[in-house]
Ligand binder design. Structure first.
Ligand SMILES: CC(C)(COP(=O)(O)OP(=O)(O)OC[C@H]1O[C@@H](n2cnc3c(N)ncnc32)[C@H](O)[C@@H]1OP(=O)(O)O)[C@@H](O)C(=O)NCCC(=O)NCCSC(=O)CC(=O)O
Length: 311
């Protein structure tokens, strides 16, 4: 058991690539503003154009799409799992023993901006940032599927556009609490991508609501951790990335509201029996309720969707 811990610790924390990691603006992979701007611009262009020219786009055969979705979801599920372990071990490794309570919630502010984001903690935050770029594939898979116009919600595109940007700025500003956000988000994503994986292999998970509940708890935890950071920010020399935290908290609140709306539309007591609901359409298209159709059965309100193209 001790051997296992030692070797996990080596590969996730002590390996020179990880322990000596430094985010050097423009040198580290993905760290240039050009990379970020291009990635988000290409993502948004493809997404928005897919609505405008939805009828011209190719659609992948269902079996191919299922296979790619399964592999993609499994990869992100495993990467998230590794991120949780890696980032937790890195936090224990990197936090100063004499002042760990403060460090966990508040990276000391550096008014001269000379401190680089470095060490194993920032290595895993960097991995998280890159995984957010990989998550663009989620949208691509929805676009290439038969029912793209009904599945691409505002929530989805808003989330996928903003998160890489905030991760990038979070690393750049050595934002306090960012490692906690990464660990919580990775935990939720293990469950979420396991759900999407099971959907793709046509096993119907009964726990869709649990995934949404976990996502909502994640945003609430963001609010719970913040006052501790605020306490340290105002009682000590300040916490790094405070300005960005103000932006983050607004984003967190907006996601919380969108997910509460999603929750009430999908699992609320007064679910509207809409003949045009996705479940009904899936039945029509697939000639019956398959496991996968059940998986994606939602009683969504139309306003939640970007709503361009046929419903
Ligand atoms: C239970 C949820 C995780 C998913 O709800 P959905 O309504 O999307 O679930 P669903 O059963 O209808 O599945 C949607 C369809 O998309 C396919 N699908 C597969 N992989 C996907 C992926 N990575 N992202 C989005 N959709 C995906 C499914 O196989 C299914 O196909 P088919 O329709 O063909 O059967 C929910 O809590 C949720 O997050 N809803 C918001 C929608 C979303 O895009 N979430 C992910 C990004 S937000 C996020 O990630 C927040 C966070 O950080 O925690």
């Amino acid at each position: 058991m001790e051997d296992l811990y030692t070797s996990v610790h080596y590969w996730l924390v002590d390996h020179p690539t990880i322990s000596q990691f430094e985010w050097k603006q423009g040198h580290t992979f993905g760290s240039s503003l050009c990379f970020l701007t291009l990635s988000i611009s290409i993502y948004l262009s493809i997404t928005l154009l897919s609505f405008r020219f939805s009828s011209l786009l190719p659609t992948l055969p269902t079996t191919t799409l299922h296979r790619i979705t399964a592999v993609h979801s499994l990869v992100l599920c495993l990467v998230s799992l590794i991120m949780i372990v890696g980032c937790s071990l890195a936090v224990f490794h990197q936090m100063p023993r004499h002042d760990w309570r403060r460090w966990v919630f508040c990276f000391p502010a550096d008014n001269n901006s000379t401190t680089l984001p470095r060490g194993p903690v920032f290595f895993w935050i960097h991995v998280c940032y890159l995984s957010k770029i990989l998550e663009f594939v989620d949208t691509l898979l929805i676009i290439l599927s038969r029912s793209r116009s009904r599945r691409l919600s505002f929530l989805h595109v808003y989330h996928h556009t903003m998160v890489p940007l905030l991760c990038y700025l979070g690393i750049y500003a050595r934002q306090s609490l960012i490692h906690i956000a990464v660990m919580i988000n990775a935990s939720v994503h293990v469950v979420m991508y396991a759900y999407y994986f099971l959907c793709a292999i046509e096993k119907k998970p009964w726990w869709k609501k649990l995934v949404t509940d976990c996502q909502i708890i994640q945003f609430i935890l963001g609010f719970i951790c913040s006052p501790i950071m605020l306490y340290y920010h105002f009682t000590t020399a300040g916490c790094s990335g405070f300005g960005l935290w103000c932006v983050d908290i607004v984003f967190n609140a907006s996601l919380l509201l969108l997910f509460l709306d999603f929750h009430s539309n999908n699992y609320g007591k007064k679910i509207r029996k809409d003949p045009h609901s996705k479940r009904e359409r899936d039945k029509e298209e697939e000639g019956g309720t398959t496991g996968r159709a059940f998986c994606s059965a939602r009683f969504e309100n139309h306003h939640q969707y970007l709503g361009l193209g046929p419903r």
